[in-house]
Ligand binder design. Structure first.
Ligand code: HEC
Length: 109
């Protein structure tokens, strides 16, 4: 029984730190690729709820593409392989600080 609890605590720790690093990666990617146009990432995260972000990022960012249909620079990135790889992390970042997340980012985020 003790062992079970230890295993449980251990796996949830791994899970949490994994999620944390994904949020961090997503934030870094946001700063590189979106911040120049949108500014503070936590502020944009607050534009939508967790569910809404998931929808915006679903289908390889179909809605995100649509939001940027008049903006070639943003579109080029959203259509790239790099976005495909990083969008999961970016979504984790937005979900973490979404309108209904209850999370407030640490000062400079
Ligand atoms: C080259 C500039 C540019 C880049 C880069 C860019 N965007 Fe945008 N974005 C815009 C413009 C312009 C709009 C449409 C006008 C608006 O709603 O502000 C927009 C709209 C949006 C909206 C809708 C805003 C709302 O009020 O609902 C979201 C969400 C968004 N962008 C997220 C992102 C994300 C995430 C990235 C990075 C992957 C990104 N943008 C990269 C220029 C950019």
């Amino acid at each position: 029984m003790k062992l079970l609890i230890i295993v449980y605590l251990f796996t949830s720790l791994i899970f949490l730190s994994d999620l944390h690093s994904s949020v961090y990666k997503g934030q870094k990617e946001y700063m590189k690729k979106c911040k120049s146009c949108h500014g503070n990432g936590a502020k944009i995260a607050k534009l939508k709820t967790m569910e809404e972000w998931k929808v915006v990022f679903s289908n390889n960012g179909k809605i995100l593409k649509d939001l940027h249909r008049n903006d070639n620079k943003a579109l080029k990135y959203i259509n790239s392989e790099r976005f495909k790889k990083k969008s999961k992390h970016m979504l984790d970042f937005f979900v973490k600080y979404a309108l209904d997340s209850g999370n407030v980012p640490a000062c400079s985020d």
